[in-house]
Design a protein around this ligand. Structure first.
Ligand SMILES: Nc1ncnc2c1ncn2[C@@H]1O[C@H](COP(=O)(O)OP(=O)(O)OP(=O)(O)O)[C@@H](O)[C@H]1O
Length: 802
């Protein structure tokens, strides 16, 4: 919007010569009007405007008008670009204006200050003049006042005042002029003059001679302008509101800082803390990318108020970056002789395992950069998997850390949560490495066979990346969000059950089996390691406590049934504690524990010689089972009741075991005559097979032989030998098929006091893995079919068998 008085309106481009020589104005008729054409200015009656003249024609017209003391006619050009507009190039409606002043500025610019007097319409152009001269008809507003006009007048005034309030550059004079005006036509002209609208729109107002259309037109322009102004005001306010919010935040932060200062948590403290972090980052020997990232986070931290939640999140992250070991680990110093001595000193037996570990260390010594295999110790609990891992770490001079994967079913437990989550942490792997404080540590991943898989991603996939030497030099933890080099970590895994290890993981590892110990081995382990350790742990001194071999054997035989030595160690600990109480009470200077003393300390024996108790009657056979904790014996009991040949199976048997029982029954029926059983009698009874303990689920085909023998024993009415246990799958044709877990089963048989074991012929070669002690103590009978089994299992030989 313009105000009418301030600007010089530059209308014209530089003057053009007319080329018509000396001009004369003498023949100018009385009703002739000299025209000053305007490129884009419309002058309304009543309005005073300075107009700059550039074209010679215009200067001539103005000067002639002054000379003749005449007004000029201001006409708008249709096209502003035209330099010498003819009649057709000018609108036919304009304003008669008096020239109030004529100025020639020092730079030779000609300016006339004009006041609009009245509208005029061009009647005709008069030829022969150096500038356009017209005959014209002046038009004044009619002095009519009707309701239509008055209503529009009032409304226009209101709206105009409203616009002027919003208009940023509106001057007070314009407002007071609007307020003071009483003529509707003059008001419309005034408003059209100051409104920011184009020259053609203004021309339209000028041409609206009748008041009603003129008032409507101006009102329309005014309302449009009002809309625009309101909108821009709204935008302004919105921007201002957001600025205010930021200002408020800033102010609050400042206040918080001053409160912290009052409370003593001032900047000095925090800047000392920040300086410490700077130093710690510099000293952490981070790779360049990590150091840059840490620096950036530190900068963010500096800008945070101390107490905010985000501050503590960033702080925890920076701490994590600082505490993670980044510097390259020292080279391993491997002394094979020393390593062998260490392994022997810490572990009894386990010759094969130790041999393999020594080979592993030797290869590492010769090729430290090579990607050796990942060892996986598989065996029941308490057989020394963890302590072997510790010995390897000791031999390499590395730190030993472990983490359990049992029950991990969320990928994030391995790989961490993104920092966007509240309370996010790095995954297990980085947490233990942080604890170890060195990238060159031995990291034992326990219970890899208990890895779950849930809806939250597959942890075994993340683990694959951890263990894969091709990928693990840039392992990405979600929390860290930076690559971390795991390639110098020595991973060892442990599992109880080989079959439960996810296939792709098992493929990448070298499996080392630890089947469990014999009674003799346990005795040796107890004597050499466990007793000494428990004496020390319970505050006793050498010479204050002694336990006889007989007592140790009794603990092994009557109080524990395990493949490892964990319970054994715990019970030795219990015996030591009782001795400690005795000595502390002053009752004795030293304590010697014999077999007889065990019952008062440990209670009555937990495992009697069940085999003798439970067998010895027709219908019961002793089977051998493999379990994750190292093999066990189980009893197969058969009974008969009058009926019609139905088979009942109880004892939580799995499907495969049920089928195996059915096969045993069918096989017995087909062999009834050769076994001397009356087939008709078989049809007249129901058979029930039960496998205690009833609450423990059991499955697998390997109890087939024992089931057949149990049934046969029932129907031929002869007891099975109580010193004999058996394992093997049967086919319907009576063949005995090989089974797995022979080593564990044989050890379990020995633990249970069995003397003879019937094994499938095709398992003969597995006997090589069985500890020598078991091979010496037990008698092994290899059977090819159920007839062999019958011949060797029964108390007394059947008539007709060899
Ligand atoms: N051959 C052995 N010689 C000496 N001590 C042994 C031997 N085997 C096991 N031990 C001892 O038995 C205890 C249990 O062993 P460890 O914790 O290594 O078992 P594990 O196989 O790792 O069991 P889990 O699978 O439950 O973790 C330890 O104190 C260990 O020193």
């Amino acid at each position: 919007m313009k105000t009418e008085s301030l600007d010089l309106i530059l209308d014209e481009s530089p003057a053009q010569p007319t080329g018509e020589g000396d001009h004369h104005a003498a023949a100018m008729p009385d009703d002739g009007l000299l025209i000053v054409p305007m490129r884009n200015v419309v002058l309304f009656p009543g309005m005073i405007l300075p107009l700059t003249l550039g074209r010679e024609q215009s200067i001539f017209a103005a000067q002639q008008a002054l000379k003749l003391e005449r007004p000029v006619g201001i006409l708008l050009q249709r096209e502003p670009e035209i330099d010498r507009p003819g009649p057709d190039d000018l609108y036919g409606f304009g304003t008669v204006a008096n020239i109030l002043r004529y100025l020639t500025l020092p730079d030779d610019t000609h300016v006339i200050v004009c006041q609009g007097v009245q509208r005029f319409r061009v009647i005709e152009y008069l030829p022969g003049y150096a500038c356009p001269v017209v005959r014209f008809a002046g038009i004044d507003d009619l002095k009519v006042a009707n309701n239509e006009i008055t209503a529009r007048f009032i409304r226009l005034k209101e709206r105009a005042l409203q616009v002027l309030q919003l208009e940023p550059q509106a001057s007070l004079e314009v407002s007071s002029a609007v307020k003071g005006i009483s003529s509707p036509g003059a008001l419309a002209d005034l408003i059209a003059g100051f409104l920011e609208i184009g020259p053609n729109e203004k021309q339209a107002v000028l041409e609206a001679v009748d008041l009603v259309p003129r008032l409507d037109l101006v009102l329309d322009y005014l309302l449009r302008r009002l809309e625009v102004l309101k909108l821009s005001r709204e935008i302004d306010e919105r921007t201002k509101a957001s600025l205010d919010e930021r200002q408020r935040h800033f102010l609050l932060l400042e206040q918080l800082k001053s409160i912290q200062k009052e409370l003593g948590e001032d900047d000095e403290g925090s800047s000392a803390e920040l300086a410490e972090l700077h130093k710690a980052i510099a000293e952490a020997q981070m790779p360049e990318e990590v150091a840059r990232h840490a620096g950036k986070e530190l900068k963010r931290l500096e800008r945070m108020p101390d107490g905010s939640a985000e501050y503590s999140m960033i702080r925890a992250y920076i701490d994590c970056l600082i505490e993670l070991p980044w510097k390259p680990p020292e080279a391993d110093r491997i002394d094979i002789g020393e390593a062998r001595r260490m392994l022997d000193a810490d572990h009894f037996g386990l010759e094969q395992v130790k041999k393999r570990i020594i080979e592993f260390l030797a290869v590492r010594k010769l090729n430290p950069e090579g990607h050796g295999p990942i060892l996986c110790f598989v065996g029941p609990p308490g057989v020394g998997k963890t302590s072997l891992g510790q010995s390897i770490a000791k031999a390499l001079g590395r730190k030993f850390v472990r983490t359990s994967l049992g029950g991990v079913h969320d990928e994030a437990e391995i790989r961490g949560h993104r920092r966007t989550y509240i309370g996010a942490l790095p995954g297990n792997i980085l947490q233990v490495i942080r604890k170890a404080g060195s990238r060159g540590c031995v990291l034992m991943l326990d219970e890899i066979d208990k890895l779950g898989s849930g809806i939250q991603g597959d942890p075994s996939a993340a683990l694959l990346e951890v263990l894969d030497p091709e990928q693990n030099n840039s392992f990405r933890d979600n929390y860290l969000a930076l690559p971390y080099d795991l390639s110098s970590v020595l991973f060892i895994t442990t599992a109880n059950v080989l079959d439960n290890i996810p296939g792709p993981l098992a493929d990448r590892m070298e499996i080392i089996h630890l089947p469990g110990y014999t009674q003799e081995e346990k005795l040796e382990i107890a004597r050499r390691y466990l007793v000494g350790r428990q004496i020390a742990q319970n505050g006793l001194k050498a010479g204050q406590f002694e336990i006889t071999d007989a007592a140790l054997v009794a603990i092994i035989r009557d109080y524990t049934r395990e493949a490892g030595v964990r319970s054994l160690e715990r019970l030795i600990g219990a015996v030591c504690r009782r001795a400690a109480v005795n000595i502390a009470e002053g009752g004795a200077a030293a304590v010697l524990v014999d077999e007889r003393d065990l019952a008062p300390i440990l209670g009555p024996s937990k495992f009697d010689n069940e085999v003798a108790l439970r067998t010895g009657m027709p219908g019961v056979a002793t089977g051998l089972a493999w379990t994750p904790v190292g093999g066990d014996i189980l009893f197969i009991e058969s009974g008969r009741t009058p009926g019609d040949g139905k088979l009942t199976l109880t004892g939580q048997l799995g499907d495969v075991m049920k089928e195996s029982a059915q096969a045993a029954l069918t096989l017995m029926k087909t062999r009834a005559s050769s076994l001397g059983i009356d087939s008709a009698e078989l049809e007249k009874c129901n058979v029930h097979i039960h496998v205690p303990a009833g609450a423990i689920p059991k499955d697998g085909p390997s109890a087939g032989v024992a089931m057949f023998i149990s049934l046969a024993s029932l129907f031929v009415d002869r007891a099975v030998r109580s010193d004999t246990a058996m394992t093997g799958e049967i086919s319907l044709r009576g063949l005995v098929l090989p089974v797995g877990g022979i080593k564990e089963k044989v050890l379990a048989a020995m633990r249970a006091g069995i003397r003879r074991v019937l094994l499938p012929e095709r398992n003969r070669r597995d006997l090589e893995d069985v500890p020598a002690e078991a091979r010496e103590k037990l008698e092994f009978v290899f059977i090819e079919n159920v007839d062999d089994a019958m011949a060797n299992a029964m108390e007394t030989r059947l008539a007709g068998t060899p």
